[in-house]
Design a protein around this ligand. Structure first.
Ligand code: NAP
Length: 538
């Protein structure tokens, strides 16, 4: 027998978005609950337990800004805080505001159906339970649907094997073992550098290299934390004015207005500056102008050559198919130095592709690699993957998966036409995928909360994004992406994924808004001030 539960608002996901969203709804006095598929809260920071997993946003720009008390109480121990500490932080927030009692765990939603007569959503859980809600808000993440490769014989491998997203809670023995890592994105780069000196032998199976620059992590002392606390207003204000939501104000000079020596001097400084300064404080031209990007890429290549002793290995680690920062830039800690170790071996799959997995390891066209452990750092079915895993049926029974088959279509990344009373935090085509995530989600949650206040205080029981307004937003999203050099990259930014059916053909998807956080925030603020002209309210 299935049980039925009704709430005015259901939030999906108890990650960074869902935690802040439920706080705002509880404060508003709405009857709201969070349904979380996992057995506990934290989302990304609950799941990704692989060695080396940490922020690449400065910790103090990643934390929530909504409570002065919280800012005063929490001490970030490192400039780029690690996963265990980040999970502790989220638990601290939830406990401080007593939010856990509004959360239900092990509550995976498998299907959602819009009921036009009742004007509510019916949600079917994997447990067999049924929930209904007038409004649903999704906080299901942009990188929460891990994707495995599709090699013959994978299931025959007799050693340990898992995706980094599913890295076990129990300690994984590494000492003396022969470990293979597939993938050299942000995750692979973190895990490889972290385990290189711990494992027996490490084989990195690299399909394509990524550009990567130093993270520059360091501890934060009591005194430094006190200084950060005194400057929080200034820090968040600075984040709010920058394109990517970081505390790194952009370079004002144009690339071509300065000499190559002056450019080199700036890049030397930025290469030594922690975090995303090398993107955010760089000449904006490198993102749009091919020649400017080429010069920047040559500069970063020269730094890789300086750091990797074997010139042949260095060349394999330098991307040749895409320019600097045209895919998501991973930040690293001694990543390149890992290849100077005798126990670390780069297997270049572009020269010797994998033929198949065997019970003992991996067979490429050149050799067989005996392995005890295989780590899949192969990324995610990004942005829309988490949506595709729920069977969502809107007005008239239309499936969201059908509507979004060739890519998402939204109004401001907040709603999608045909799916009434459904709101998205950090949704596709917002700035969540393109900026410092929590800075973007706070803006999204605040907007959603303001909108629900507007709706519920007026007795409105149905809302839906207007088709025309959605079309206009999609055109803006496309235009912003088409201006950038990243439009041609084959990574998750453009929806490419060789491991996901339908995403492997090279069709470009418009998953995020690249016009910058300030412009986006100004835009959503304006529609709220104007009484939500893009939405039909009934
Ligand atoms: P990713 O950037 O998509 O990288 C996946 C890697 O796996 C790529 O190197 C890819 O090669 C490789 N790969 C995929 N299929 C393969 C196959 N069949 N055989 C061999 N190699 C294969 O994924 P990710 O590294 O997990 O990062 C995803 C995003 O998560 C990041 O961009 C970032 O936004 C976020 N992240 C953030 C942090 C942080 O510091 N806060 C850390 C980790 C991740 P190709 O390039 O050839 O496709």
């Amino acid at each position: 027998m299935s049980e039925s539960h009704h709430h005015e608002v259901i939030v999906l996901g108890a990650g960074v978005s869902g935690i802040y969203q439920i706080k705002r709804l509880v404060d508003l006095g709405l009857d709201a609950i969070v349904l979380e598929a996992d057995e506990d809260l934290g989302g990304t920071w609950y799941r990704n337990r692989y060695p080396g997993c940490r922020f690449d946003s400065e910790s103090y720009t990643y934390g929530y800004s909504f409570s002065r008390e919280l800012l005063d109480e929490w001490h970030w121990k490192e400039r780029f805080s690690s996963q265990p500490e980040n999970l502790r932080y989220l638990n601290f927030v939830v406990d401080k505001f007593d939010l856990r009692r509004h959360m239900r765990f092990d509550a995976r939603v498998e299907a959602m159906r819009w009921d036009e007569d009742r004007r509510n959503w019916q949600l079917d859980l994997a447990t067999g339970e049924v929930y209904t809600a007038r409004f649903v808000i999704t906080g299901i993440g942009v990188l929460s649907a891990p994707a495995l490769p599709r090699y013959e014989g994978m299931e025959e491998f007799e050693g340990d094997a898992f995706h980094t997203y599913w890295w076990p809670k129990e300690p994984v023995p590494l000492a003396g073992r022969r470990v293979g890592v597939l993938g050299t994105g942000a995750t692979g780069i973190q895990v490889i550098a972290e385990i290189a000196d711990e494992v027996g032998e490490l084989f990195v199976f690299q399909r394509r290299p990524n550009w990567s620059t130093p993270l520059g992590n360091s501890p934060i002392s009591e005194e430094e934390m006190a200084d950060i606390r005194s400057r929080y207003d200034e820090i968040f204000a600075s984040c709010a004015t920058t394109h990517g939501g970081f505390d790194h104000p952009p370079e004002q000079r144009r690339f071509w207005d300065v000499t190559p020596d002056e450019r080199r001097a700036l890049w030397d400084e930025l290469y030594a500056t922690p975090g995303f300064a090398i993107m955010a404080r760089n000449f904006p031209d490198i993102f749009f102008d091919e020649a400017a990007n080429r010069e920047m890429s040559e500069y970063v290549a020269s730094r890789i050559r300086e750091r990797v002793r074997d010139p042949a290995v260095a060349e394999k680690l330098i991307p040749k198919d895409h320019g600097f920062a045209t895919q998501r830039l991973p930040l690293e800690t001694h990543y390149y130095e890992a290849y100077n170790r005798d126990n670390v071996h780069l297997v270049d799959l572009s020269e010797t592709p994998i033929e198949r997995f065997t019970p003992r390891g991996i067979q490429t066209t050149a050799a067989h690699y005996d392995l005890d452990l295989i780590v899949y750092a192969t990324g995610f079915d990004a942005v829309t993957g988490a949506w595709d895993r729920i069977d969502i049926r809107g007005a008239g029974g239309v499936a969201l998966g059908d509507k979004w088959r060739d890519g998402p279509s939204t109004w401001l990344g907040l709603m999608t036409h045909g799916f009434p009373n459904l709101l998205m935090v950090a949704g596709p085509q917002s700035v969540s995928g393109s900026t410092n995530f929590p800075r973007a989600i706070e803006g999204g949650v605040d907007w959603v909360t303001g909108f629900l206040e507007h709706v519920t205080s007026r007795g409105i029981t149905r809302f839906e994004a207007r088709q025309e307004a959605e079309k206009e937003w999609c055109e803006e999203v496309i235009a912003a992406q088409e201006r950038m050099l990243l439009r041609r990259s084959r990574g998750w930014f453009t929806g490419y994924n060789a491991n996901v059916a339908g995403h492997d053909g090279g069709r470009v998807r418009y998953l995020a808004y690249w016009g910058g956080a300030p412009r986006y925030n100004e835009r959503i603020r304006r529609v709220a001030d104007e009484g939500y002209p893009g939405v039909e309210l009934r």
